[in-house]
Design a protein around this ligand. Structure first.
Ligand SMILES: Cc1cc2nc3c(=O)[nH]c(=O)nc-3n(C[C@H](O)[C@H](O)[C@H](O)COP(=O)(O)OP(=O)(O)OC[C@H]3O[C@@H](n4cnc5c(N)ncnc54)[C@H](O)[C@@H]3O)c2cc1C
Length: 525
């Protein structure tokens, strides 16, 4: 048994930013499922949004964020994060050679889809996530212990079940270890791996959200999944992300005979909001067309987009041909563990930051390059809160959270089946019939009742995927409208009267799921 001041699950930007900002007299432990660099954060290409140019203003950035989020955002949260962004980025830029600069030595600002100004700071061309992560890793001090290949799977609550005090985890050899912390933080990212087409790292499959759900935390907005319009698509499989910045620099979407597909679909054409562009590509693919990004007009493509060039070359696509085959895939989860901007969840002692959390910044759809920003900001905020020394006294009299009837023998589907069904039935375009089918399919496995102590890591991953699948499907079924990342072909319009600023919240208590709650002011203060 180990006891630390701060216990962090996951090693992306949110986790590392938090660890770096904590006081040196705090013991910090990071548990991560594979290697420290195996995280979506490391893959981020486009950059980080901040209103830094003379033409720009945080208010404009706010408007773009709210517009992309289809006004489902929590406006106070948007205001705070977006106004803090310029200083946060400037401070980070002063700490090292992380971001690209122009000839005058100023931060180079790029354009991205649905932004009204050039405000995307990037590093190493399109290797922003890698640059930021390497910077954060290099700054880790001796008070931070990083444990790799440790799969966290069950939150530990005190005997009164009102405070989180730690987590159980499995090592590679299957042995079970308990870790305790005064502050327990979930920073395990979103759930992209739930879908057969995804841009996400292999470890990002919703574990932290499922764990928090099983421990009784409130989970919100799970129907809002963002599909990235342009993943490299080779031999029927998605192979990596083709950054939105490629369209920002002038690439257009075409079919094999060169017909532009975004004409007349949205006023911003190829730079329209992600859900509009994804949906259009999806429709074209369903009709049997292959869709390409026409990059022939981008000068020095290889220099501007070295990561994209590498991904293409590794998969047999020549940049000199001037077009890249693409398909949309799951990219970002707007929903998650309901928290405030400090990361406080509905369970005392349990915090969530980064993509695992839902603060309300992104609303129904994330504006490109706002998520690294959110993770960095939240890491900063939570560190301040912890550094203020608000230590809560607690005993280590833990009880396993799971009720005694947990099943030790069970059937589980294979991972590919879960992914394929999610893509087909709960993907970009949804309808009641498919959602009902998916719910019935998931329910037969009763994943909440499975004893995780008896599972291998592969089995735990499936259990968590089934739980997240259920949460997304139930919410998608309940929300009888289309908004942001959630599109229902049977309810194709936004329905402000019924749904504006209403959220669907899930809460699981002692083996019985309470009915979904709708609230008008859905997000925690
Ligand atoms: C290809 C790609 C490109 C992107 N580009 C951009 C961009 O340009 N700008 C932008 O703002 N956003 C971008 N995003 C989104 C952004 O990268 C993520 O939202 C953000 O990095 C999430 O950070 P995080 O700290 O929450 O978690 P992540 O970086 O996802 O890290 C999660 C960590 O938790 C670990 N973990 C998961 N489960 C467990 C478990 N059970 N036990 C222990 N550890 C666990 C994982 O291994 C990983 O280390 C991109 C995402 C992808 C996939």
């Amino acid at each position: 048994m180990t006891k630390d001041d701060v216990l962090i699950i996951g090693s992306g930007v949110a986790a590392l930013q938090l660890a770096n900002q904590l006081k040196l007299d705090l013991n910090v432990r990071i548990l991560t499922k594979e290697k420290i660099r195996t995280a979506n954060s490391y893959l981020a290409q486009g950059g980080i949004a901040a209103a830094l140019s003379a033409n720009d203003h945080p208010t404009k950035h706010m408007v773009d964020t709210l517009e992309a989020g289809r006004f489902h955002n929590h406006s106070d949260v948007v205001q705070q994060v977006i106004h803090a962004a310029p200083l946060l980025i400037k401070k980070m830029a002063q700490q090292g050679d992380i971001f690209d600069k122009n000839q005058r030595g100023e931060l180079f600002l790029g354009m991205e889809g649905a932004h009204s100004e050039k405000r995307i700071v990037h590093g190493g061309g399109d290797a922003t996530g890698k640059n930021v992560m390497e910077h954060l890793i290099s700054k880790l001090k001796n008070n931070v212990i990083v444990e790799e290949n440790v799969f966290a799977y069950e939150l530990l609550l005190n005997t009164r079940k009102n405070r989180c005090i730690g987590v159980k985890a499995k090592a590679l050899d299957g042995s079970i270890r308990s870790f305790y912390g005064t502050y327990c933080i979930i920073a395990s990212g979103g759930c992209g791996q739930l879908y057969s087409y995804t841009s996400n790292a292999k470890t990002v499959s919703g574990d932290g959200i499922a764990m928090a759900y099983l421990a009784g935390a409130e989970i919100v907005d799970m129907e809002f999944v963002q599909f990235h319009p342009t993943l490299l698509y080779v031999n029927g499989e998605t192979k990596g992300l083709i950054s939105e910045a490629v369209r920002g620099e002038g690439a257009t979407l075409i079919t094999e005979d060169g017909t532009p597909i975004m004409e007349g679909v949205h006023p911003l054409k190829d730079l329209g909001p992600r859900h509009v562009v994804s949906q259009r590509i999806y429709e074209c693919l369903k009709k049997g067309y292959q869709v390409y990004l026409d990059i022939s007009k981008i000068a020095e493509f290889e220099k501007r987009f070295p990561s994209v060039t590498t991904i293409c070359e590794e998969n047999g696509i020549r940049i000199s041909d001037g077009k890249i085959p693409v398909a949309p895939g799951s990219h970002f989860l707007m929903g998650g563990i309901k928290t405030d901007l400090i990361g406080r969840s509905s369970i005392m002692g349990l915090y969530a930051i980064g993509e695992a959390s839902c603060t309300g910044l992104h609303g129904a759809n994330r504006l490109a390059s706002n998520s690294l920003l959110e993770g960095l900001y939240q890491g900063d905020q939570l560190s301040k809160w912890i550094n203020e020394g608000r230590k809560e006294t607690q005993s280590l009299d833990s009880k396993p959270f799971y009720p005694s009837f947990k099943k030790e023998s069970f059937d589980l589907p294979n991972v590919q089946q879960i992914r394929d069904l999610m893509m087909e039935r709960v993907g970009i375009v949804r309808n009641e019939g498919n959602l009902m089918k998916q719910l019935a399919w998931t329910d037969q496995y009763k994943p909440e009742e499975i004893n995780l102590d008896a599972c291998s890591s592969a089995e735990m991953t499936k259990v968590f995927m089934l739980i997240i699948s259920k949460l997304i499907t139930e919410s998608a079924l309940k929300r009888t409208e289309s908004r942001g990342g959630h599109f229902r072909s049977d309810y194709p319009m936004e329905d402000d009267k019924m749904w504006l600023r209403k959220s669907i919240i899930h809460k699981y208590i002692h083996g019985v799921e309470k009915p979904n709650e709708h609230t008008k002011t859905a997000l925690a203060t």
